[in-house]
Design a protein around this ligand. Structure first.
Ligand SMILES: C[S@@+](CC[C@H](N)C(=O)[O-])C[C@H]1O[C@@H](n2cnc3c(N)ncnc32)[C@H](O)[C@@H]1O
Length: 357
């Protein structure tokens, strides 16, 4: 066995074991939270609580013994409250926001859904480690597509129109008076639709090569009442049609592309004179050592399971990874023809780059 001859430092071992046990508790807490969402347990408890397990089981139509065990796991993890005297369970306002407030920027259910998707697809990813092949975005289970939308949409709703677009040089005024915008790798179209609602005089084109996502985006646009200034099309990032765009955006998708340089070069050619390319990417430092923290661990892990295999499944297969960092991303954008690249904004999880020719 490796390192068997080396002496074990008991203190270091205890610390590591403690961390791993905390992580395992988190992994189990996450699957409890995911099931609570699917079974509407949190929203029901938020509505009727404080409640006994019997009352919650009755209101959700679920089997009481399972509901009781689920409540106990959640109470042990601090996800809900328990009053021993009355045997009732309840949720604080903070717990309601985190587990039961769909669309709230602090609701974590989309995040949980995306993590669960990686567990479901683990056998496929393990296999590409052996084969060296890629795993196309389209080969993942549907949990990923919905989880991605659910996780990102509230952040876009909170930041895109009020913070990110105003941080770009002269872009808000152009959009307000009527501009042409392309959103590449738009997925379910959350970002496209949010912009289309905020800037009704502008035209928004959402492009993605994943057909089910584009169909979903079209139906979302209809529900949101922005059909008249949005158009969604199935096409790759290197082949999207049109020219004279005032703004082209890519939200959390450049690093998923096989040929991000080729895609960015196509963006560069499609822009109107003075046009802007907005690239939203996961927040990261430029080196692994800068990314050695929980958020870095989360992003590198998603990157291992989803982003790196997605890029390797496409032509070139550059596999930038979800923690490429601004320096590497700037190199890609420079190679594609953008001479001016700057960080226009950031959130605790993402950076917004502005690139101009
Ligand atoms: C992580 S998802 C982000 C989706 C969306 N932009 C969002 O923020 O919710 C990445 C998206 O990039 C798309 N994508 C990846 N490579 C692409 C390519 N070469 N051409 C077009 N779309 C691509 C995928 O289909 C997927 O919808």
């Amino acid at each position: 066995m490796a390192n068997q001859s080396q002496e074990i430092d008991q203190k270091k071992l205890d610390e590591l074991q403690e961390k791993v046990v905390t992580d395992v508790a988190g992994a189990m807490g996450l699957i409890m939270a995911y099931m609570g969402d699917r079974l509407n347990l949190y929203s029901a408890l938020a509505e009727i609580g404080p409640a006994t397990s019997a009352a919650l089981a009755k209101s959700t139509g679920l089997a009481e013994r399972y509901v009781h065990e689920w409540l106990s796991a959640n109470a042990a993890g601090g996800y809900i409250e328990h009053d021993a005297a009355s045997a009732k369970f309840s949720m604080t306002p903070e717990q309601v926001v985190t587990f039961a407030s769909e669309g709230h920027p602090n609701c974590m259910q989309g995040f949980f859904q995306a993590v669960v998707s990686t567990y479901i697809d683990e056998p496929k990813v393990t296999e590409v480690f052996r084969s060296g092949k890629g795993l196309p975005w389209s080969d993942h289970n549907g949990c990923l597509f919905c989880g991605t939308e659910r996780f990102f949409r509230p952040m876009y709703a909170a930041s895109l129109v009020d913070a990110w677009i105003p941080a770009l040089d002269g872009v808000r005024d152009k959009l307000a008076s009527g501009a042409k915008v392309a959103d590449i790798g738009c997925g379910h179209g959350s970002s496209t639709i949010i912009m289309a609602k905020a800037f009704p005089k502008s035209s928004f084109y959402g492009f993605d090569f994943h057909e089910p996502s584009i169909e979903h985006a079209r139906s979302r646009a209809k529900d949101a009442g922005v059909e008249s200034n949005t158009l969604f099309e199935v096409v790759t990032a290197k082949e999207f049609p049109g020219s004279g765009y005032d703004l082209v955006t890519i939200f959390d998708a450049l690093h998923d592309m096989g040929d991000p340089v080729g895609a960015a070069a196509h963006v560069c050619n499609s822009l109107a004179a003075g046009g802007t390319f907005m690239v939203v990417e996961p927040l990261a430092g430029d080196t692994l050592d800068e990314n050695r923290h929980p958020l870095g661990q989360i992003y590198y892990s998603f990157s291992t399971m989803i982003c790196t295999p997605a890029s390797k499944a496409q032509e070139v297969g550059l596999a930038l990874g979800a923690q490429a960092g601004q320096k590497r991303l700037t190199e890609v954008l420079n190679k594609a023809g953008f001479t001016k690249v700057r960080r226009a904004a950031e959130t605790p999880t993402n950076m917004v780059l502005e690139a101009r020719a």
